[in-house]
Design a protein around this ligand. Sequence first.
Ligand code: PMT
Length: 322
Amino acid sequence: MAATDSEPSLFSAWSYFQTQPPPPTLEDDVAGRGPGRKVALVTSGGTTVPLELNVVRFLDNFSAGTRGATSAEYFLKAGYAVIFMHRQFSLQPFSRHYSHSTNPFLDFLEIETDPEGTSADAARPKITATPSDNPACSTTLTFVTVNDYLWLLRAVSQELSVVGRNALYYLAAAVSDFFLPRQKLSEHKIQSGKGSLLIEMDQVPKILKPLVDEWTPDGFIVSFKLETDPALLIPKARAALERYGHHLVIGNNLNQRKHEVVFVSRRNRGSAVSDVDAHWLRIPTDAVDARGQPKEIEEDIVAELAKRHQAWIDQSWSQHPG
Ligand code: PMT
């Protein structure tokens, strides 16, 4: 509409919203972020510890990011909004299926041709991007070093605390236990030629403690415990529950992690940590899912978590209705 010389109308905030139309997407946008929407923060991949300020060498933690990326897909399918916080270049939801392909770009495309060759466009293949699952409600954040990870986790969890019990933290990242504080870092490349290299590292603070107590006290917090000695798994998971006071530890052994995990939690909230429930999830190595694809244990992990998280939310409503 062209501008006119007539007197400008004076809108109060009230009259503005009474008279002006909302954008067509508003309802969906708000529905996606309303109080009922559950959010999963998924951390994934390993962190690095630089040994120099001008980094030539660094220590790394084992993790391809499979657990996190796969779980993020199932959280999306379960209706969660997902914040996917991952190590740069580790596996990501959906694209993980193509990371080892020798023809990765073309594999992303579904090419439909007209088999009868009757349509006018028969010679022109129709190309659509896959997958069809809509990851639109997800956000991706990237870390590399353990320092990046800790700062990012703190900032995100503080922001996410506004959704209270609707937030689920799924801490699958393999976080370094030791680091070199900035003050101890050599500015330039550590020189060889002086014989062996001795480095004394400091312990990374256990970030779960402030996460649970201060940053997001209402969130449903799930940590992972990775071991290579099966006998240590449940005792170490129990110790983590005791130390941090969070909801659940998922234990996994390095070599069986794709086929079995154990959920370790208190039998009752507030009960002694010596009284823990150890619930095993197992899938046969040749299991297939409903689509005939090899079954992924993350499907069952996320289904079980969604159930427990909902129970945790419902419990708060029964204690503090309305
Ligand atoms: O990515 P994949 O190749 O599929 O492998 C997945 C996995 C085996 C890495 C994953 O399933 C897993 O077990 N992740 C956690 C491994 C780990 O770092 O464990 P941890 O014992 O170092 O830490 C235990 C928990 O404390 C973790 O949830 C971690 O997020 C948290 N932590 C760790 C260090 C630290 N300073 N603060 C923390 O809060």
